[in-house]
Design a protein around this ligand. Structure first.
Ligand SMILES: [Zn+2]
Length: 253
């Protein structure tokens, strides 16, 4: 299994225990996600030290205020590492107290430009902002040349085909396993656009909801989607792993 989105730096010793037991846990690779310039730097170091760890780098919408041309330039230098597979997580979050939508949009566009310039896909965080996100991505379609993914997808059936129409992948985390989650639209997503992730340490899937999530729990996300689609977990695992390597193409190099 490949966990396409985890925050390893939030674990003791940057997830050393998790990394050491990856093969026992059936984990082929984990992508550590950046949210600030500092954790993006640390994430690249971690990925460079561990063969099966990869890094996404970027500034999370809540930290939009910290972005300057210098920060973008530093991210650009970091993106040159062979272990950096994506720009993210970047996006729009309208749930944060006192959020500045215009600033978040500007910062998102700057980072979409960075992804395009560095020939990398991007990883989108979107909370309560589906309409603005779709409009912004549509208006900046010229910057989507290496695709991207909607992380922890939670915008429901209404938006999924719209994001798919932009050529994006749809990634699910523990949220898709929750009792009240709408899973009816899963079958409408082409199999070659599906990804699985944990967002660890957040969003532990059922039956572990409420505990500190770990990358190995991506298995529960995989199993739930496989049941919904009526295919075996091993087949879906093969498909989602291939998808991850196609999107995060630097993984295979
Ligand atoms: Zn995340």
């Amino acid at each position: 299994m490949i966990d396409t989105h985890a925050h390893l730096l939030m674990f003791e010793n940057y997830g050393e225990k998790i990394i050491n037991s990856m093969s026992d846990d059936g984990l082929e690779a984990v992508v550590n996600i950046g949210t600030t310039l500092n954790d993006s730097k640390e994430g690249v170091l971690l990925a460079e030290k561990n063969e099966n760890i990869f890094a996404a780098i970027g500034i999370y919408p809540e930290y939009a205020k910290t972005v300057s041309p210098e920060v973008i330039e530093e991210l650009k230098q970091l993106a040159k590492s062979p272990k950096v597979v994506a720009i993210g997580e970047i996006g729009l979050d309208y749930h944060t107290e006192g959020y500045d939508a215009e600033l978040q949009k500007q910062v998102l566009i700057e980072q979409l430009k960075l992804a395009d310039e560095m020939k990398l896909p991007f990883c989108i965080h979107c909370r309560g902002a589906a309409k603005d996100m779709f409009n912004l991505l549509s208006e900046n379609k010229h910057l989507i040349n290496h695709s991207g993914l909607m992380h922890c997808y939670s915008e429901g059936a209404e938006w999924v085909q719209k994001f798919l129409s932009l050529g994006l992948y749809i990634s699910f985390s523990g949220n898709i396993t929750y009792k009240k989650s709408d899973r009816s639209f899963l079958k409408d997503i082409p199999l070659d656009r599906l990804l699985i992730e944990t967002d660890a340490p957040y969003l532990a899937p059922e039956p572990l909801r409420g505990t500190k999530n770990e990358p190995k729990n991506v298995r529960f996300v995989l199993d739930k989607i496989a049941i919904e689609l009526g295919i075996s977990s091993s087949k879906l695992n093969k498909i989602t792993s291939e998808n991850a390597k196609r999107l995060y193409y630097k993984m295979g190099k």
